[in-house]
Design a protein around this ligand. Structure first.
Ligand code: FES
Length: 87
């Protein structure tokens, strides 16, 4: 697992292995937009402030993925211990 920090609200949530970031956020009552939950619609796109996402979506180009500035939180994970999102 890893920790997701929400920059705007100062909240933190532990994402367990096998759990999505989206699910972890919904579980603590964070209101985020989403639709497909499969990495194909783009509704859940979220800005990344720091940390290294493990991109698993079919939306971002490989250069966008390499830039690590944005991610789809419904399906993508994290390669670092902590991810700071613009939420
Ligand atoms: Fe569709 Fe995440 S909800 S890409």
């Amino acid at each position: 697992g890893f920790v997701v920090e929400l920059k705007k609200t100062g909240r933190e949530v532990q994402v367990k292995s096998g759990q999505t970031i989206l699910k972890a956020l919904l579980d603590i009552g964070v209101n985020v937009e989403y639709s497909c939950e499969e990495g194909v619609c783009g509704a859940c796109e979220t800005k990344v402030i720091s940390g290294i996402p493990d991109h698993r979506d079919a939306i971002l180009s490989s250069s966008e993925k390499a830039a690590n500035k944005t991610m789809m939180i419904c399906c993508s994970g994290c390669k670092s211990d902590r991810l700071v999102l613009d939420l």
